[in-house]
Each structure stands twice: as structure tokens, then as C-alpha cells.
Design a protein around this ligand. Structure first.
Ligand SMILES: NC(=O)C1=CN([C@@H]2O[C@H](COP(=O)(O)OP(=O)(O)OC[C@H]3O[C@@H](n4cnc5c(N)ncnc54)[C@H](O)[C@@H]3O)[C@@H](O)[C@H]2O)C=CC1
Ligand SMILES: O=C(O)C(=O)Cc1ccc(O)cc1
Length: 368
């Protein structure tokens, strides 16, 4: 943990990620958090949400006393901010970091800059959501997620350790990765799924224009596979353009996978289709548990519920009476006289398990 002397943290871009970091740090002993917003309207939102101690529209004012500067703007604006920071007088020893979803280009930009007494250590919390803006910020967003750092070889180890220590407040697991390797892997496990989700939704949306029954019937699997298609367009424009040299070969491989599926269908190759599902299921079942892997700060359970008035209140009051904290609730399917499926989301595994036990003991059919 950081020692208890005064620590000033500046957050540039107080949106989903910047605001969530701010909430992790704000109110901790000896820490003061200043937010920088580039537009008055955003500054007002940040102030209203109360995630920082101060908010300012001045880069200099935010940066000048900072021990740590977190640049949390979209990837396409990262380089202009680090360049700006290299041109102003910073506190000696200041550590600049970022949260961008790509790491190679910002590392290269920082390497070429004259940062004088400051240093740059790239960062990427591997947690987030399809939501954006400070309104969606949460102090629990990074809990148990991985937080990648990409320290350059010439940055002293004690600087990297100081940043890692500060990040204890996020309760994420720090992992150090080379920037190019980061972009390759994250391109495959995060950026490619976002492209596929968007393409899939737009394909179905096209069919839906001629027949709205597509949307009406879209349920379970379609929703699960396409949640991330609702992500912020500007954030994702920047990520994909920045990581295009990784994305283009990945999309080429994707085309070939789809082509291979078409061949299985053309040849009515049932065994081949079964093999494809078996192979995929085996790999998917081996994925690290959600709390240790990529993304999602929610722990969900599902339960079958008869669709009648009062049922939601009954379930939520059972949980409330037993001090199980619910973070979200959603009816996935609901038609009169047919059992519906309710998704209950929790912020940690303990609440998830307690809810499961409790509702099972009350006779509900509950599953993960
Ligand atoms: N959305 C996610 O789940 C994750 C995003 N990231 C990365 O975090 C960064 C921020 O993303 P989010 O917080 O999701 O986006 P966001 O849209 O919620 O927040 C971005 C913030 O930057 C501000 N901003 C935009 N352009 C700016 C500019 N030119 N100058 C100053 N401020 C500006 C916005 O007003 C907003 O407060 C991106 O680099 C993204 O790649 C990293 C991990 C997860
Ligand atoms: O919501 C999700 O599932 C995400 O994929 C969130 C996310 C978005 C961008 C990142 O760089 C990391 C995580």
C-alpha cells in the first residue's frame, strides 16, 4: 500500500473508466483526486456525480501538483494529452499512466517524448462495460479483474511498484505485459468480439427492417452474444483504427472460420459440425472464472418465475431481508401465463452464492 503522505491524483477524462478509478481513490487517507474535463458540460456532470474532490477545465491546474496522472480519454486522444503534458512543468517524479485499450502506439509516443523528471507507464484495466460516461462509473468495476501494466525497460522498478501499490485501491490483479503482445491478445479476445457483435446486430437489424418479427423473437443467445454491440461508438472507433494492423489479419482468420462452417453445411457434414461445437465447448469451459478473467463485474443468477404481479417485489424483499445486495434485475422473457426468466446480478461471488441458496430454499428454480 502507498504510504500515508499526501498524494495528488489527476484524472484526465472522467468517464466510465476515469470515473471508476476516481471512485476507487477518492476518500482514501491522504489522497486528493482532481478531474480534468475538456468541456464545461462534462465538468458539470463530473461535479454532480461527486467522483472527484475538484474538477477543472485547465490541463495545467489538474497536472501541476499531481503525483500520478491517469489519462482516461479515448485512444485517439491519448497521444495529444501525453504530448501536452511533456510541454508543461510537472511535479518532479510524477508518474503518468493511461487506461487505453491499446498499448503499443502510446508506449512508442511516450518513448519519443522528453518527459524530463516524469515517467510514463502504460496501463489497461481489463474490465469495463458497454456503458459509458461518468454516470456508469463504479468503485467496484475493477475488483478481481486483471489490470495490465506495460512498463518501459528504462523506467525504474520502484516507479512501477509505486503505481502498482496505488492500484491496490482498485482491488484488481496487476499483470505486466509487453505492449505489442498486449495488442495482439486483446485484439483477439476483446476487439474481434466487438466487431463480430456489431456486424451480427447490423445484419439482423437489416432483416428486421422488412420484418419486425426478427426483433420480437430475438432472445437469450442473441442478447448474450451481442451485449457489447451497444458499446460507445467513439471509444471503439479509436480502438479499432489504432489496432488495425492486428485486426485485419484477425478478421481474415475469422472469414476463413466462417468459410469452413459454410463448407460443413454445403457438405451436410454433421460430424464436422458436432466436432466444431465440441471443440469450442471444451475451450470455453476451460476459460478462467469470470472474476479472474476479462471484464464483467457482475455475478448473475437466473431463475424461472411465474409471470404475475408482485413476484419481483417478493424476490427482492427476500434478498433485502437477508442483506444480500442486488446490483441489477432483468426480466429476460415475459409472456402472460408462461414462466419468465429473471436475471439477478450481484457485485460479488459471495452475494451470488447466498442468493442462489436462499432462493432455492424458497422453492425457486435457480441456475447460473
Ligand atoms: N469502455 C470500457 O469498458 C473500457 C475502456 N477502456 C479505455 O478507457 C478509455 C476511456 O474509455 P471509457 O471510460 O469507456 O469512455 P467514456 O466515454 O466513458 O469516457 C471518456 C472520457 O473522456 C472524455 N473525453 C473524450 N474526448 C476527450 C478529449 N479530447 N479531451 C478530454 N477529455 C475527453 C469524455 O468527456 C469522457 O469523460 C479509452 O481509452 C478506452 O479504450 C479501457 C478499459 C475498458
Ligand atoms: O463489457 C465488456 O464485456 C467489455 O469488453 C469491456 C471492455 C472494453 C474495452 C476494454 O479495453 C476492456 C473491457
Amino acid at each position: 500500500m502507498t504510504n500515508k503522505s499526501e498524494i495528488n491524483i489527476a484524472i484526465f477524462g472522467v468517464g466510465l473508466i476515469g470515473g471508476s478509478l476516481a471512485l476507487c481513490f477518492k476518500g482514501k487517507p491522504g489522497i486528493t483526486v482532481t478531474g480534468f474535463a475538456h468541456v464545461q458540460e462534462y465538468a458539470d456532470q463530473v461535479a454532480a456525480r461527486g467522483v472527484v474532490d475538484h474538477v477543472t477545465l485547465s490541463v495545467e491546474e489538474a497536472a501541476q501538483d499531481a503525483d500520478y496522472i491517469f489519462i482516461c480519454v479515448p485512444v485517439g486522444s491519448l497521444e495529444s494529452y501525453i504530448t501536452l503534458l511533456s510541454q508543461i512543468k510537472l511535479k518532479p517524479g510524477c508518474i503518468i499512466t493511461d487506461v487505453g485499450s491499446t498499448k503499443a502506439s502510446i508506449a512508442e509516443c511516450a518513448r519519443k517524448l522528453e518527459l524530463r523528471d516524469a515517467c510514463f507507464i502504460g496501463g489497461h484495466p481489463m474490465a469495463g462495460s458497454e456503458r459509458s460516461g461518468v454516470a456508469a462509473a463504479s468503485a467496484l468495476l475493477f475488483e478481481n479483474a486483471y489490470y495490465v501494466l506495460t512498463p518501459p525497460a528504462d523506467v525504474p522498478n520502484e516507479k512501477v511498484e509505486a503505481l502498482a501499490d496505488l492500484l491496490c485501491h482498485t482491488r484488481a490483479h496487476i499483470v505486466k505485459v509487453d505492449p505489442e503482445q498486449h495488442d495482439q491478445i486483446v485484439g483477439a479476445i476483446s476487439h474481434l468480439p466487438h466487431v463480430i457483435a456489431v456486424a451480427l446486430v447490423n445484419q439482423i437489424s437489416g432483416y428486421n427492417q422488412d420484418n419486425p418479427l426478427y426483433q420480437t423473437l430475438a432472445a437469450g443467445g442473441f442478447r448474450d452474444v451481442t451485449r457489447i454491440a451497444a458499446s460507445d461508438p467513439v471509444v471503439w472507433r479509436d480502438i479499432l483504427i489504432n489496432n488495425r494492423s492486428v485486426m485485419l489479419p484477425l478478421l481474415q482468420d475469422w472469414n476463413e472460420s466462417i468459410r469452413a462452417f459454410m463448407t460443413l453445411l454445403e457438405q451436410e457434414d454433421g460430424a464436422g459440425i458436432e466436432d466444431a461445437f465440441r471443440q469450442a465447448g471444451a475451450f470455453r469451459n476451460e476459460l478462467p472464472e469470470r472474476r479472474k478473467g476479462m471484464i464483467v463485474s457482475q455475478y448473475d443468477i437466473y431463475l424461472d418465475v411465474p409471470d404475475h404481479p408482485g413476484i419481483i417485489a417478493r424476490i427482492t424483499s427476500e434478498l433485502g431481508l437477508n442483506q444480500v445486495n442486488l446490483s441489477n434485475i432483468q426480466i429476460i422473457e415475459s409472456r402472460e401465463d408462461v414462466p419468465g426468466v429473471m436475471r439477478l446480478s450481484f457485485r460479488n461471488e459471495n452475494d451470488q452464492e447466498r442468493a442462489m441458496d436462499l432462493l432455492q430454499s424458497k422453492g425457486y428454480t435457480v441456475y447460473h
